[in-house]
Design a protein around this ligand. Structure first.
Ligand code: C2E
Ligand code: CA
Ligand code: CA
Length: 782
């Protein structure tokens, strides 16, 4: 039965544990609650169940063998039968207790103690044989020990003392009745009984108590220790979890032992368990030191996530523990790295902006100078170089005509062509505006200016394409030589600038020399004086008469005069050009125009209808403010357009600009007469002559002076007059100094004459004082 039940137990256990090859020994261990798991749990309950089962199994074995023995000897007597029956009842009872020993172990223990007590008492009181009595006594003697196994020491002591009665009864029975049973002397028997009594009732329970107490104290201490350990471990765990930084603990081979949540967050979609126990190198790689497997042992190393190469980490080795473990702090630097990259890019762009021209990518002024200085300083031998500045002429007009974007394209095309044509040894750069600088080493032959001129001309493109248009490009160039005399690039550039000022439309390439420098300084002073003269309206208008064939003054030409404090005059040819360069011309023209208008207003009131011609260099007309002023003055005085003639010089390159044409057409529609000055000397083509709504042609003094003797000039004058007539224009001849010239030109069909022969330019007041006496007098000249 026991084995059947054990087999059943084995079967259940094997099902439960799902382990079919469970060894018999393991079954026994499990049955007696002595398995490793129960052992490690250290629970006192397991200890009790285990003890209980050992005792119950022992009892069962004893009772079973006794019962089997009784059954074998069964001879039909009542005694034997009742013994066998009692044995079977006991087996059933003990088996039941064994069965309920796990779930109801308190009850089983109590029942076992009760059973022992009842058995003991029953044997003592009911048994007729001395062995039966002794069995009962010994059974009772065991009770304190068993009680101690399940209950307190006091409870066991209670039973020990109770057994004193058992001992007394035993002594009594032994002395009175069963002396015959023991052959030996009564005293020795008494000692044996006393020894058994003391041993089982006091010695063993005390010894077991002592062991249990020690075990309990140890368990208690161990528990306390475990609690404290758990507490500390919890604290450390908490600290580790909440360091605020992603933290990772690894051993010296780089195996991850533990990582906190923050560190785990750096590896999205990965479980802690899949990282713990693996190598750190499986997850991250060093960006700078890829060959070093132990990069994480460095104080700081930058790494990239292997699963996402766009994520960057900084690994800080924070400390090395006493166990040789490494605490690593991880920092997500993806954002920081992107920022740094952006910053570096910006710095690069800034540096490019600081050293290169953004449009052409050529070195800028400073960079060009640095490069040249570097070159000059690093050539030890005799070195000759030429520095030159190229300025694209009339670029402002190009800007206005085509717009900034197209004009920029011209600059870009120009710089590309230039770079392609220049030798590698040339340093080039872009200065401000449309000025380019080049520095090239030159050989002896190129020290001859003519040769250098040819060389420079050969690298400059004559034409540049903008969309479908092909533009003719003009340049001004200032050149300065470097001959190893310790000049710096800045000085050379300055000299080029000076030379540039002296390039003319006839000779575009100008070379620097010392006189030029002095001249420029003087010009600078003159510029300052001019600005002052314009501001203080010191420049005044003089009038020169223009006479018709009858001798009458048809009109006057207004000519600007600037008298210095010392009484000397500066030629308008000089100061008009200077004013143009300094941007003072529109203001000067405004002052001069206002002077004329005040005279014309007086004349208009007196009904004197003599027009005055006003010279325009071109820049005035391009100036919006001046043009608006002219228009508003005209709209306030409708008679003005009949009294004011406009002389434009065709030599001025501005005159080819479409805006000038547009404005001249507007002025012509307002009724202004427009005269083309210095005709034949400039660059106006016949086509442009038609475009400009001019109605007067002025033959320049250059053609008139050689008359009447020079045939060629005579032919030019003749054909000019014919041209004017064919275009329905009237003709004015300038610079008439002799009677012959006057007669000749008049005979050729010239309508109006002007020159010293008729009258030199004089201040306005000369012509207006004494009721215009001088003007009237002059009419008589011819
Ligand atoms: P222009 O318009 O050709 O002026 C005629 C120049 O010839 C004037 O010189 C005049 O004094 C000079 N002239 C006139 N008749 C004779 C003559 O018989 N013999 C000689 N030898 N010279 C004669 P000026 O006044 O020195 O002016 C020179 C140039 O300055 C002018 O040439 C004109 O282009 C410019 N200019 C003068 N005043 C103004 C002005 O108010 N505005 C502008 N934009 N330019 C002016
Ligand atoms: Ca003129
Ligand atoms: Ca002229």
């Amino acid at each position: 039965m026991l084995f059947g039940w054990l087999a059943h137990f084995v079967h259940r256990s094997s099902l439960k544990s799902d382990c079919s090859d469970l060894m018999f020994l393991d079954v026994l261990k499990q049955f007696f609650v002595m398995g490793d798991a129960e052992h490690e749990s250290g629970s006192s309950e397991n200890f009790r169940i285990s003890t209980l089962r050992i005792l119950l199994v022992a009892c069962l074995l004893v009772v079973s063998s006794f019962t089997i023995h009784s059954l074998v000897r069964l001879d039909g007597s009542d005694d034997e039968f009742s013994l066998a029956s009692l044995g079977l009842i006991y087996i059933a009872l003990i088996a039941f207790l064994l069965f309920s020993s796990r779930r109801y172990h308190h009850f089983s223990a109590m029942a076992l103690i009760g059973l022992l007590a009842i058995t003991g008492i029953s044997f003592i009181t009911l048994s007729a044989s001395p062995i039966g009595i002794e069995f009962g006594v010994i059974t009772l003697y065991f009770v304190p020990l068993v009680v101690r196994l399940f209950y307190s020491f006091k409870a066991s002591l209670l039973f020990s003392f109770a057994n004193c009665l058992t001992f007394a009864v035993d002594m009594y029975i032994n002395n009175g009745q069963v002396r015959a049973f023991v052959e030996s002397d009564g005293v020795s028997m008494m000692y044996l009984q006393a020894m058994i009594f003391i041993l089982l009732n006091f010695a063993l329970p005390l010894a077991v108590s002592r062991v249990i107490l020690t075990l309990q104290t140890t368990i208690f201490r161990l528990k306390e220790l475990a609690n404290s350990l758990n507490h500390h471990s919890d604290l450390y765990e908490e600290i580790f979890e909440h360091t605020g930084t992603p933290t990772l603990l690894c051993d010296k081979r780089g195996i991850v032992l533990k990582l906190n949540q923050k560190a785990l967050d750096l590896f999205p979609g990965v479980l802690a368990a899949s990282i713990e126990g693996t190598k750190i190198n499986d997850w991250i790689a060093s960006t700078s030191d890829s060959s070093n497997r132990f990069f994480w042992q460095k104080n700081v190393s930058e790494c990239v996530l292997k699963a996402n190469t766009k994520s960057f980490l900084e690994v800080h080795r924070s400390s090395l523990t006493t166990h040789g473990h490494y605490v690593l702090h991880l920092q997500d630097v993806t954002h920081l790295r992107a920022l740094t990259e952006k910053l570096e890019n910006t710095q690069q762009t800034n540096s490019r902006l600081a050293h290169f021209d953004s449009l052409t990518r050529l070195p800028n002024h400073q960079n060009f100078c640095n490069q040249v200085n570097h070159r000059i300083r690093n050539v030890s031998d005799y070195y000759t170089g030429a520095m030159f500045i190229i300025r694209i002429s009339q670029f402002k007009l190009l800007n206005k005509q085509y717009g900034r974007e197209q004009a920029n394209r011209v600059i870009l095309n120009f710089s590309r062509t230039l770079q392609a044509r220049l030798s590698d040894k040339t340093i080039s750069g872009r200065l401000r505006g449309v000025k380019f600088a080049c520095f090239m080493p030159v050989g002896q032959t190129y020290l001859i200016q003519r040769n250098l001129r040819t060389l420079i001309k050969s690298v400059l493109p004559d034409q540049i394409r903008i969309g479908d248009d092909i533009l003719n490009i003009d340049y001004q160039i200032g050149v300065s030589y470097y001959q190893n005399e310790g000049e710096t690039s800045e000085e050379l550039l300055e000299r080029c600038e000076m030379a540039l000022e002296y390039s003319t439309s006839a000779e575009r390439i100008a070379f620097f020399d010392q006189q030029l420098e002095a001249k420029l300084i003087q010009e600078h002073k003159l510029g300052l004086a001019l600005a002052d003269a314009v501001k203080n309206k010191k420049i005044e208008m003089w009038l020169q008469p223009q006479v018709i064939s009858s001798g009458e003054i048809r009109s006057f030409e207004a000519l600007a005069r600037w008298r210095l404090d010392d009484g000397s005059f500066i030629s308008p040819i000089i100061f008009i050009k200077l004013a143009e360069e300094l941007g003072l011309l529109p203001k000067l023209a405004e002052n001069l125009l206002r002077q004329l208008i005040s005279v014309l207003e007086a004349w208009h009131e007196e009904s004197i209808k003599t027009p005055i011609a006003f010279n325009l260099a071109g820049q005035e007309l391009m100036n919006d403010v001046f043009f608006a002023l002219l228009m508003s003055l005209t709209s306030e005085r409708p008679w003005l357009s009949d009294m004011l003639e406009l002389e434009i010089t065709e030599t001025s390159p501005v005159m080819t600009h479409p805006l000038i044409h547009k404005r001249l057409r507007a002025l012509s529609q307002y009724g202004f007469s427009i005269a083309i000055d210095d005709f034949g000397t400039g660059q106006a083509s016949l086509g442009q002559l038609i475009d400009i709504p001019a109605n007067i042609l002025k033959i320049d003094r250059r053609f008139v002076s050689p008359l009447p003797d020079d045939r060629r000039h005579l032919d030019i004058v003749k054909s000019t007059i014919q041209l004017a007539k064919s275009l329905n224009m009237s003709v004015i001849a300038e610079g008439i100094e002799t009677r012959e010239q006057a007669n000749l030109l008049m005979s050729l069909g010239c309508d109006t004459l002007q020159g010293y022969y008729f009258g030199k330019p004089s201040p306005i007041s000369d012509w207006t004082k004494n009721n215009h006496e001088k003007a009237k007098q002059l009419r008589m000249v011819y």
